[in-house]
Design a protein around this ligand. Structure first.
Ligand code: 1HE
Length: 260
């Protein structure tokens, strides 16, 4: 199944939805249309989609906020604009399915905010990360101040924003911005292989990982432990979990670290 929006193309095959930022002439800069299309696409993912992969067409993943839309904005419009990004990006992080971002070229400003919204990031060697907001006289507004420090720490993000420091792909991997660093042109294949693996998990386990894990990580330990107990009992109670545990005990399932 294929759906084409103005600036976003979506195809769904074997339970994996592939969303491509499709504005290469503007380096996939995110304007109001694209942010709305991302939100709509994630809200409307069909039931058979179990994982989503986001990539960028052309030489770069994403050049961030479309700066041509900033100059005429009032303060009030700026707040609504940022809240619109938050709504769209929440739909990605807290939607129904795990999301993998494939990174290459520029992953800057709002592009890094988008990448940080995904649950996993696969980077190619051409990837470079920047937060040029300081130089542009603005601040992150697409959830970067909340999500990026959770990947790389406040100190590194502060450095990038204050000094304009750019991290290359290897530095980004070491700093926690990517989970996997693969060869040039190999990012999508790696993401698809990871997606297939994730799609083979019990759907309720994936849902718990995406929904409960980041929330529990923000809770005080006592509350986190309580929610963990509830989530674990819910997941274990599902038929899919019972079947999978039986499969292991009866030697029908793979061992950890060995392909099944
Ligand atoms: C853009 C944008 C953009 C490119 N908004 N039009 N983001 C930035 O500050 C990044 C600004 N962009 C760049 O530094 C470079 O474009 C790149 C390093 C990403 C790519 O360089 P390059 O040489 O491949 O492309 P280019 O020639 O610079 O750009 C091609 C076209 O895309 C050109 O337009 P054209 O009409 O002259 O062809 C550029 O103007 C256009 N373009 N990036 C608008 N970002 C929710 S708050 C988030 C806050 C932020 O994201 S701040 C960071 C914004």
């Amino acid at each position: 199944m294929n759906v084409s929006y103005d600036l976003l193309s979506v195809s769904i095959d074997a339970g994996i939805a592939h969303l491509r930022l499709n504005r290469p002439s503007k380096r996939n800069a995110i304007n109001n249309t694209l942010v709305r299309e991302l939100q709509t696409a994630f809200v409307n993912l069909p039931d058979d989609a179990r994982v989503a992969v986001i990539s960028g067409e052309g030489e770069h993943f994403c050049a961030g906020l479309d700066l041509s839309e900033v100059t005429e904005q009032s303060v009030a419009e700026g707040i609504h604009h940022s809240r619109g990004w938050h709504a769209a990006f929440d739909q990605i992080q807290y939607g129904r399915v795990p999301v993998i971002a494939v990174l290459h070229g520029a992953v800057v400003g709002g592009g890094l905010e988008l990448a940080a919204t995904a649950h996993l990031r696969v980077a190619e060697p051409s990837t470079f990360y920047g937060l040029p907001e300081g130089q542009r006289g603005i601040f992150v507004g697409g959830s970067g101040s909340v999500r990026i420090p959770r990947l790389m720490g406040v100190a590194r993000m502060t450095d990038m924003m204050l000094t304009g420091r750019v991290f290359d792909a290897a530095e980004g991997q070491a700093a926690g911005l990517s989970n996997y660093l693969v060869g040039e042109g190999e990012g999508l294949a790696k993401a698809m292989a990871l997606a297939a693996r994730i799609a083979s998990n019990a759907p309720l386990s994936n849902y718990a990982i995406v929904q409960a894990l980041p929330r529990i990580a923000e809770m005080a330990p006592a509350e986190g432990l309580f929610v963990e107990s509830l989530m674990s009992a819910i997941a274990q109670g599902d038929d899919a979990a019972k079947q999978r545990v039986r499969d292991f005990l009866e030697k029908r399932a793979g061992k950890v670290g060995k392909s099944s």
